[in-house]
Write a protein that binds this ligand. Structure first.
Ligand code: ADP
Ligand code: MG
Length: 479
């Protein structure tokens, strides 16, 4: 037993401070990855500082043209560094999952059992707490990558607003846009601070709730975290009975606070389970365990369209192919009376071969019944794609609102920009204030402007009647 204690104590040391290397770092791949992540974070920090400094010049008309090139380079560098950091985080988790963490968990369990027999659980409890501390470094990395992603998004909106303000000649419009940029910046700062606190809370919860190796409902073994959205955290997991990889979504406790809400949500999710189509992520199961709601999905290989769009806009051929597949998914669900209700790039998975699978059919709906919690959790990312008749306008979701979101996604695929950048999204949407795609990308034919005009019509009746109609119009418009 003493050897077990020594081994445990060694493993349970607090994580090394960022940027430092311990003497065993040369030997341990985990420590090497941590050091690499630290270096990347060190590299990224001054760039983020510089970006925040530049934001002070967005409203300064004499300084603005001079910072454009630097802004572009800086955001590209931060995006690239953040992507590398995110990748290393994945590798870190894989390393931890490939043995070490399972060893530690086993050891802790053994010690806990031993202590229980002796009637003293406090020492084992302390060990578990120490083990949790070891993951503090990873939480820091995750927090930083997420915050950076939020910063880049909010900065993009503020920069675009300032850019448009700069281009406007009339004084009144300049003032309006300057104010808009100011409001967006203020919102960005607020969101940054709020998110920081929230991330700390969330990472602790998910760490406690679903660490690698946890088995849910006696059947789903958590393997690694894939990502998190406003509604929950998604893990790669193994269905132990059917011996297949699945995506397990652990819904946030904050949104699903009582049994009645969970039941209503699960009933909704089970409806989506009837959808079996090559372009739809299949819902395998929806259940509650120990007061927590879980959804089990088909594992969709590839990356979300959101990640692909953060690097580039799409050329004619892939844009047409992706549009055709989204249209097929939507029309299939609509023909069966089911709506998506939250179509956006993060819910569209694209494999390396270009196969599209639309995820989260119907999932966002119940959460929206709690708008305060929903907004607090950073769901604002869905708003640019939401039809103007929804949200505070009070309208019900419909096929037309799904098709509106589809047109907004298409706009972003073709131009690399979202059609409306805020801050007053409802007004911009109802007045259809968006730059025609051909004014942003010169190669796009004017016919594309026409189809986007129809797709983003403020009046639901003026929009396309089906996904196929919209995708067909795109086929006809693009070379
Ligand atoms: N069925 C799935 N298969 C593989 N990865 C998935 C699946 N569903 C979600 N993911 C991954 O998990 C991430 C988080 O998903 P989610 O919680 O739905 O939030 P969001 O849709 O806002 O990104 C996604 O961005 C994606 O990378
Ligand atoms: Mg999703």
């Amino acid at each position: 037993m003493p050897t077990v204690w020594i081994f445990l104590l060694l493993l349970c040391r607090p994580a090394p401070a960022l940027g430092t290397e311990t003497s065993d770092s040369a030997a341990s791949p985990l420590a090497r990855k941590q050091a690499e992540a630290s270096r990347l974070m060190d590299e990224m920090t001054p760039k983020i500082e510089r970006l925040k400094f530049l934001q002070g010049s967005y409203l300064d008309r004499s300084a603005f043209p001079k910072i454009e090139a630097e802004h572009e380079q800086l955001t590209a560098e931060i995006t690239a560094l953040n992507a590398r950091l995110d990748k290393i985080m994945g590798q870190l988790l894989t390393l931890r999952n490939s043995g070490e963490v399972i060893d530690v968990v086993n050891l802790i369990n053994r010690v806990a059992t031993h202590q229980n027999q002796e009637g003293d659980t406090s020492t084992a409890g302390l060990k578990v707490a120490e083990f949790s501390q070891r993951t503090a470094f990873e939480s820091t990395v995750v927090r930083l990558t997420e915050k950076t992603f939020t910063l880049l998004n909010t900065d993009k909106a503020a920069f675009q607003a300032a850019e448009e303000a700069y281009e406007k000649q009339e004084l009144w419009s300049r003032l309006t846009w300057a104010l808009a940029a100011l409001v967006t910046l203020a919102a960005a700062v607020g969101a940054w601070r709020k998110r920081e606190r929230l991330c700390a809370l969330i990472s602790l919860r998910s760490l406690r709730g679903l660490s690698a190796g946890t088995v849910i409902k006696d059947n789903y073994r958590v393997d690694r975290k894939l990502g998190q959205g406003a509604l929950g955290v998604v893990y790669e997991a193994s269905d132990l009975t059917l011996q297949r990889k699945v995506a397990l979504k652990h819904m946030r406790e904050e949104l699903f606070f009582d049994a009645a809400v969970i039941e209503k949500f699960l009933a909704e999710a089970r409806l989506a389970a009837a959808l079996k189509h090559p372009n739809i992520v299949e819902t395998y199961a929806a259940f509650e365990e120990a007061g927590q709601a879980y959804l089990v999905f088909e594992f969709a290989p590839g990356r979300p369209l959101r990640a692909l769009l953060s690097k580039r806009r799409f050329l004619s051929r892939p844009a047409k192919s992706i549009a055709r597949q989204i249209a097929a998914a939507l029309d299939f669900a609509h023909a069966r009376g089911l709506l998506h209700r939250s179509l956006r790039p993060s819910n569209i998975m694209v494999s390396q071969e270009g196969v599209v699978k639309v995820a989260d059919f119907g999932v966002g709906y119940q959460a929206r019944a709690r708008p305060t919690a929903f907004k607090r959790l950073g769901a604002a990312g869905a708003l640019p794609y939401e039809a103007p008749e929804l949200g505070s306008a009070g309208g019900a979701p419909s096929r037309a609102s799904d098709l509106y979101s589809f047109a907004a996604v298409l706009y972003e695929m073709l131009t690399g920009r979202i059609p409306f950048s805020g801050p007053d999204l409802p007004a911009q949407k109802s007045r259809m204030r968006f730059p025609p795609p051909s004014s942003l990308v010169l190669e796009l034919p004017p016919a594309v402007d026409g189809l986007i005009q129809k797709g983003l019509a403020a009046d639901p009746k003026a929009r396309f009647g089906s996904g196929a109609e919209l995708a067909g119009a795109l086929e006809a418009a693009l070379p």
